[in-house]
Design a protein around this ligand. Sequence first.
Ligand SMILES: NC(=O)c1ccc[n+]([C@@H]2O[C@H](COP(=O)([O-])OP(=O)(O)OC[C@H]3O[C@@H](n4cnc5c(N)ncnc54)[C@H](OP(=O)(O)O)[C@@H]3O)[C@@H](O)[C@H]2O)c1
Length: 410
Amino acid sequence: MSVIKVAILGFGTVGEGFYRTIQSHAEELTAVLGKKVEVAAILIKNKQKKRDISKDVLVTTEFAEILNLPQLDVVVEAIVDKDPTYIFLKKAIERGCHIITANKEMFAHYGEELLELAKKHHVSVGYEATVAGGIPVIQTLRQLLNVNRVQQVQGILNGTSNFILTEMREKKLSFAQALRAAQEKGFAEANPTNDVEGFDAFYKAMILSRLAFGEEPNWHSVERMGITSITSELIHTAERLGLRFKHIASIKKLSHQLKASVKPVLVGNEHPLYHVEGVQNAVNISSDIVGQITLQGPGAGMFPTASAVIEDLVYVCQNRPESQGILSSSETNTAIQEQGQQEETWLIVGLQKNAIDPSIKEIEHVEDETWVAKAKKEEIEELARKHQDLLYFQIIGAFEIEQKPTKIAL
Ligand SMILES: NC(=O)c1ccc[n+]([C@@H]2O[C@H](COP(=O)([O-])OP(=O)(O)OC[C@H]3O[C@@H](n4cnc5c(N)ncnc54)[C@H](OP(=O)(O)O)[C@@H]3O)[C@@H](O)[C@H]2O)c1
């Protein structure tokens, strides 16, 4: 029986999980591929670490040794940082290997180049594990894109932030206490900036955007905000209104542009992302034929991520041409029609009654200095410019204030 030879770059949580899954699911792999899968080599950084790797596998710190193997079919990358990873994958494609990556930061920066290069060399690229861990969102979008036209993608893409927001609400913890709990459970790094400031979710959103819409918004135009400004008081005010804070990445196609944001927003209990709690991730896709679908599941961890990588292994070995599932922006023409900027619903905190701007016509008092308003984003931003300590959060989905607060006469 012929053999598929695989190299794994990185032997941390993801690399080791994939290695172990190849062994535990060897039979299934052989049945579906008609070939045996063998790990030929593993790239690591620190030779001193003890690892449970078969002695038949080349373990090396030199990528050149891997590239020079007599047979190499697939290179699976599970390293951190974007450099030198990009160069490793470029060389692997040029050698004629299919590539699979779990590295969102690298793929958000260099994905387009790698996909183009792969097309030229007639090899495939798997990147399921870059977004939402074990949830097969990339494959779902690839399938949907065959005929459906995607209009909007909204997702909870960072399990650490979602865990912190859930802990703050359920256990009445401060942000600092919830972050510490996340670190103790291994859900957050010692330096949590990438997660809590929204960078990780931003990279994932850009990868989804390219796949769903054939293009990315200008990165500088994307509103990116993490969860560090969310206090327990805010969470409990929201709860009294029947709302929950969720850190949501949203990309939608308007007539002339893509509109994307990665920020904390408020959702009511009818929204599909309201019940997504703890380290779970979820992605809600709106498209013209199917309507709305929501995928939910584990966004990280050894075996959920190994699941994404191993399914990618099957995908690339079946060698789907790289153009599949990547539409040019002109092809995704079911844009949501936008007539000027639309009014949205906002929770405004830190605004005194006598400071309400007459340009905001619909505003209702909730409690103390907290209000719910219907207004255009630019009107709220203008208000925030005048009142430095003002905080405002968009409420997405249907929202009714259950106990109707007093309406303020303006
Ligand atoms: N952890 C998850 O649940 C998860 C989920 C989805 C995606 N990802 C992504 O997957 C990637 C890997 O994550 P991870 O959690 O597995 O990381 P990790 O546990 O820190 O492991 C990283 C591995 O990469 C190796 N490495 C780092 N720099 C290297 C270099 N320059 N050359 C060779 N090897 C190098 C390390 O070698 P040593 O062992 O010698 O130190 C280690 O084995 C990241 O891009 C991450 O964002 C992770």
